[in-house]
Structure formats: C-alpha cells, structure tokens
Ligand binder design. Structure first.
Ligand code: ACM
Ligand code: ZN
Length: 743
C-alpha cells in the first residue's frame, strides 16, 4: 500500500513541478501529453484558408524556425491537408463554438495543428505557441499538448494616458506588441487632457500648436503630439495584432489644453495656459454655447476618419459644475431644455454627442459620471469609482467595461494594488443576474501618467498586466494565485528578452516597528517579500542607494528614528524608495476613536494609523496619511489612565491641486472622564490654501504639565468644499493627517 501511495505522490509532484505549459493567460482547457514536437531540418507549414493574409500571421513563426531548420521549409498553396504537413494553420467554418477569438491547438510528436473559426483565433494560437517555444535552446522542442481556448471577455484592454506624459509612436507600437502577446485586444488611447492635446486635428491647428505644449515651473517646454499619419500608422499596426485602438477625446472636463488653444470654448472665454499641475480643473467646455458642439463634432469627424473602432470614448469624468452654475448661456440651456440642474445638463451634453456618434454608426463610451443626471441611450459605461457604475449600467440594459480604482489602476503603487490583488479581481459584480452580467463586456487596466513618464510605464504595467490578462481571458473560477505566480516566474526571461523593465509583484518591503516605551527604544524590522532583492538604508536623511548600509538586523534607536530605505533587485539600480520616520510618544499604540470615518481610498494603516508612531512623508500616497473627505477629523484618544503631558500635536498635509487642504483650524481638548472636555488651544492653518506647493505642518499646542488627563480630543475643521477660486470648486475637500503625538 505504502509503495502505491508513494508512486502517486511522485507522479502528482512531477505534474506540478515539471509542467512545461506556462502560458499566460492560462488556456481554458489544457491536456498535457508525453513527448515533444521537435523542429527538424524540414518543416512544412500549411495554411488552410481562403484568406491569404493569414500568411502574415504565421510568418513570425516561420522566421523563428528558420533560424534552426537550415534546409528550409515549405508553405502550402492554401490547399487541403496533406500527409507531409507538419504544421497546419486551418480556418474552419464549422467551428462556430470557438467564437471569433478561440482556437484549438494540438501538438503531437509529429504535428502541430491549429484550428480556429476566425483569423484572430489563429493569431492567439500563435501567441500560445510562441509561449511554448523555449527561449534559448539548441533544439526547438515544443511539449505535446491539446489546448482548447476561448476567452471569457471580449474587451481586454489597457488605457495609456498619453496626455499627461507624451509617449512616442514607437513606444505605443511596442505596447501593442506586448498587449497582443498576452491576448489583450484593446488599446484605450487617452489623447486629450488638461496638460496636453495629443492628436492633430486639421480643422483646428492650434490644438497642437498651442494645446500640445506646456511651460513647466522651471520654464522648460514639454509636449508632443501624434500627426494624423502617425495615428493611421499605429491603428494599422494594431490591426495586424488584433488590437482595436479606442481613442478617448475628453469632454466636457479635462479640456484645459483645448480651451488654452481656443478660449471661446469655455464659459468665461478667458485665456488660459495649458495646465502644468495634476488635478481636476473647473474650466470646462461651455455647454450653453452652440459653437462648442460645432467644434466637438468637427473634431470627432476627423477622429472617426482615423479610428475604425466602433467605440469612441468621450471621457465625461471629473467635470466640476462650477462654471456652468455661473454661466448665463449654460443656465439658458438648462431652462430651454427643461433640465433640472447641471447634472442633467451634463447628460444632455453627452446625449448630443451620443446622437452624433450614432448617426455615424459609432457607439459612445464614457466614465461612470455619465450616469449622473441620466444615462444617454446608446452609452456604454466605463466603471472606475468602484463597480457601482457597471451595476447601474447593466441593470438599465447598458453595456459596461470595468476598471475600478481598487484593482485596475496601475498608476497606483504596488503597495496599494499588488499582483495578487489584480489576480483576485472579479470583473463580474456579484449582485448582477446572469442576464445582466452579459452587459459586462470586459475590463481594462488604467495607466494614468501623472507620475509615470514613458520610462516608468513598464514597471507600473508589468507584471500586474499578466494577472489582468488572465482574469479577463481565462476568468479562472478558482484563483490559485501561487500556481499563477509560478507561471509568471517563467515569463521574466521572456520579458527581459523583450526589453520590458518590469516592476515588483508586491510591495517588496514590509516595515514593522516595535516600541518599548519604558526603555524609550524603537526598533524597525525590515522584511523582504521578494527573493533576489537587497535592502539598503541610511539614517542621516540621505536618499539610500547601493552604497548605503545593507540591512541585516533590526535597526534600534532611542525615541525616534528617521530611515531612508531602498530595495533593489539584484543587478538593478531602479528600486523602490521609502522614507519613514518613527517617533515614540505617550499615545503610541493607543486606539483613536474617530467620529467621522476615514476614507477607504486613503486608510493609511487603518484604525490606529493616527497613533502608530509612523510619521507621513511629503508624498500623500505613502500609506501613512489618512484621508477625511468633506468631513472634519474628530478624534478622541483614551490614554488608558490619567497621564501628564505638555505637548499635543497632529501632522497635516496640504496639496491643493489634489484637493487636500490644511484644516483652517484644529482645536485640542482634554478630559478626565471622557465626557467633560475643556479646550486647551486652537491652531490655525499656517499656510494660505492658495499655495499650490505641497507642504506638511505639525499643529502643536503646549500645555502646563500640572494636571493629568486620561482623554484627548482633536477637532480639525475641514474646508468642506474646494473654494470658488480653486480648480475643483464645489468638490469635496480633503484633510490628510498622519500622527497625533502626545509628549
Ligand atoms: C478617472 O480616473 N478620472 C477616470
Ligand atoms: Zn457656459
């Protein structure tokens, strides 16, 4: 008996360890067979299809093999199967059940046979085949396998924001290659932004003469655009890789670059510069002005001539209504059309464009804000502020694409969205019925480029996009992350060969602190989460690099500790940098009670973040700043026993382009019983909210140490909404706080 068990165990271990099928996205069905198809001296590739252009799909394979099979190979003349063929690519009209993109791939020791219903299926079979061919071996040995593969979702995309940072044409084409290798089929090309208009429009030359360029704070000029020839080239190239390029032309918001080019497009008609700050801006297209629609329709006419995509994305997100509320023409439009306010005006705006696109046989996509004020009849919704937009769209019979900030925002740090999180993403909202779910066309990962110029795009997109590709193509019912991760490891050499400078799979560093208040000792424990990396740190305030101290043991300090850390993959100088400041104080480790909850988008370290001893840096997404949206921050700390202290402080961050303001005031209270609080001081904002520079300030009060108190309360006022002069006027303002210190 024992022997039998042992044999079974060994066999199953063998299967796990030695599987040579590392295809990503994982095919729907894989049956591994014994043996290899070995590319010998003579290969006969037969393409069985009426369509001769299939040769273009197969050609890269021939080129790859021709390096090895010196005696050449033969292409068939599109005849039927013959016995001597050893590689066959075949279209079969009967294989309707494979759909437009599915395929069957059978590899035996004698023959490779690919079957598909449509050309795209042959193309995807070829991508699987490419992934089965070993990277560098003397002999091309392809493992025998039977694969049937049909994608779950028809829409599998990546958004590239070429507005904030321009990405050159070659780079965009390279991304098309990379997408198609992982069976992604939509490039969502974000072409217009506040900070740059990137597409040549012949009728409006100033869009690229003026709108494509911005003057940075240091006086330098930044910009670029794609000519119509460039666009045609990219679109045609993408078609050969079965990637549809979906252009996004933003309206009515995110249009400062267009307004800078043609000021009459806005409500005020005032001259503006192309934006240099990141954020959301109140100057948007005037919805009351007929000439705005003449402009937009002319632009879209040229866009439709360049992009054969059925879908045209018109943005629709983050359009503050501040100008419309104060514009006579916009108000007149509301009245004339019997609309209830500015949200319905936005719906009316989108409806005009929806009708226009429909008249030209196209379909409109907009971000989920287009639901507010009523969804236009032909619209498809791209849900980004969670999945709610997709649910609402599907329930009202509209199609939806999902790319929520929680899982699909690849501009977010790896600490916020790691590869495992992406892998566990479910594009189908659970609350939808099966019929409603049919409206979920698929998903996208979004690469917004405020903080990712072209050189940084790879490290944000890879390897996370491998997870998204598998979620969207395979939609594995059981998500076995470890087995997926094992396959990802096999892709790194391939990505290296393709020149992809991929980033980490997860936050490569875990920082833990231990505080011993009696000994006044603080220790920092740094743990690597990825093999093949080294941690370096400095305590002198200097940015860490390979010449800094190599971390081996916990770092122990008295009272406070300032650390600059970098984690570097071996052999690489591009790492992730961390700055952490730890401070031991009397409230360290106490649990703060919050009257208004912190925002789920900026939770920092969660419920005791405000007293965890970790100070924020001047990066508001560093994971140490807790955000409060629209509400005051009201905190009570129970010190556990009557305690004497002479200082209380709380750190706040201001970054007004991101709608984060210093509290206009913070008031501090103390109490012996937790019921009766007395005010012990008020601190006012040290900085004008008009200062656009990011700054951090500790609001500190001193009090005589004579009395002892058990409770401390802080009430930090929120501005509530962004003021009239602010680009986000009327939108909810934020407070960001890092740590309340008690000493
Ligand atoms: C978005 O991220 N504003 C769609
Ligand atoms: Zn207006």
């Amino acid at each position: 008996m024992k022997k039998i068990y042992l044999i079974i165990l060994i066999i199953s271990m063998n299967c796990q360890v030695f599987s040579q099928i590392n295809i990503i996205p994982k095919p729907t069905s894989i049956v591994e067979k014994k043996g290899y198809f070995i590319v010998g001296k003579k290969i006969t590739i037969n393409v069985i299809a009426d369509d001769k252009s299939i040769i273009d799909i197969v050609n890269p394979l021939l080129n790859k093999f021709s390096e090895k099979c010196k005696d050449g190979f033969f292409k068939s003349n599109f005849n039927s199967l013959s016995k001597s063929d050893n590689i066959v690519f075949q279209l079969d009209n009967n294989l309707l059940n494979l759909g437009d993109e599915g395929y069957k791939l059978s590899i035996t020791t004698k023959k490779i046979h690919v079957l598909a219903y449509k050309k795209a299926g042959l193309f995807y079979a070829l991508q699987s085949l490419r992934q089965l061919i070993p990277l560098e071996t003397k002999e091309i040995k392809i493992p025998c396998v039977e694969i049937i593969d049909i994608p779950k979702f028809q829409w599998r995309g990546l958004l590239l924001d070429c507005g904030r940072h321009f990405m050159d044409k070659a780079f965009v084409k390279r991304y098309i290659d990379l997408l198609s290798y992982y069976k992604m089929n939509r490039l969502h090309w974000h072409l217009t932004e506040d900070q740059g208009w990137r597409i040549e429009i012949k009728k409006y030359p100033k869009l690229t003469e003026i709108g494509a360029w911005r003057t940075e704070a240091d006086g330098s000029r930044y910009g670029g655009f794609y000519t119509q020839d460039d666009i045609r080239e990219v679109v045609a190239y993408a078609a050969t890789k079965f990637v549809t390029v979906v252009p996004e032309i933003e309206m009515p918001g995110h249009s400062v670059a267009a307004i800078a080019s043609y000021p009459s497009l806005s409500c005020t008609g005032k001259e503006l510069n192309v934006e240099t700050q990141w954020g959301v801006f109140k100057d948007i297209y005037c919805a009351g002005n007929d000439s705005t629609f003449v402009f937009i329709k002319n632009v879209l006419t040229e866009v439709m001539a360049l992009f054969p995509s059925k879908y045209i994305h018109i943005g629709g997100d983050e359009a503050p209504k501040f100008r419309w509320e104060r514009c006579d023409k916009c108000q007149q439009r509301i009245k004339a059309n019997g609309l209830k306010g500015e949200h319905e005006l936005q719906s009316w705006f989108i409806g005009q464009i929806d009708d226009f696109l429909a008249q030209h046989g196209r379909k409109l996509i907009g971000w989920d804000e287009i639901l507010e004020g009523g969804l236009s009849k032909g619209a498809t919704v791209q849900s980004w502020r969670g999945m709610e937009g997709a649910v609402a769209a599907a329930r009202s019979g509209h199609d939806a694409i999902v790319s929520p900030t929680s899982h699909a925002y690849f501009d977010y740090d790896i600490a916020n969205i790691n590869m495992e999180k992406v892998y566990n993403f479910n594009p189908l909202p659970q609350e939808l019925s099966i019929e409603e779910s049919i409206h979920i066309l698929g998903g996208e990962c979004n690469l917004w480029s405020e903080h990712a110029s072209q050189e940084k795009v790879d490290e944000r997109v890879f390897p996370r996009i491998l997870a998204m590709s598998e979620v969207l193509w395979t939609y594995p019912q059981k998500r076995d992350y470890e087995s997926f991760r094992a396959r990802v490891q096999q892709h790194y050499p391939v990505l290296n060969a393709m020149g992809v400078t991929y980033g980490f799979e997860r936050d490569p560093l875990m920082i833990k602190t231990k505080a011993d208040y009696q000994k006044r000792e603080i220790s920092a424990i740094l743990e690597k989460t990825q093999q093949g990396t080294d941690i370096y740190f400095s305590t002198n305030g200097k940015k860490a690099d390979r010449t800094s101290t190599l971390y081996t043991n916990p770092i122990i300090a008295k009272d406070s500790l300032k650390l600059n850390i970098t984690i570097l993959a071996k052999g690489s100088e591009t790492g992730i940098y961390y700055e952490r400041e730890f401070k031991l104080h009397k409230a360290t480790g106490k649990i703060p009670q919050l009257k208004n909850p912190y925002s789920k988008s900026y939770p920092a370290q969660g419920e005791n973040s405000l007293t965890d001893g970790i100070m924020g840096t001047n990066a508001f997404r560093d994971g140490n700043w807790q955000g409060f949206e629209g509400d005051d921050m009201v905190v009570v700390i129970d010190m556990g026993a009557a305690t004497s202290f002479s200082h209380i402080s709380c750190g706040f961050l201001q970054s007004t382009p991101s709608w984060i303001f210093f509290p206009p005031q913070a008031e501090y209270f103390v109490s012996k019983n937790g019921i009766d609080f007395v005010s012990v001081g008020v601190v006012k904002s040290p900085e004008s909210p008009k200062n656009v520079e990011l700054s951090v300030n500790r609001y500190k009060i001193d009090l005589p140490e004579r009395n002892q108190y058990q409770y401390i309360k802080i009430v930090a006022k929120n501005m509530g909404i962004c003021p009239d002069w602010h680009p986000g006027a009327g939108g909810k303002a934020w407070i960001f706080a890092d740590e309340i210190t008690v000493e």
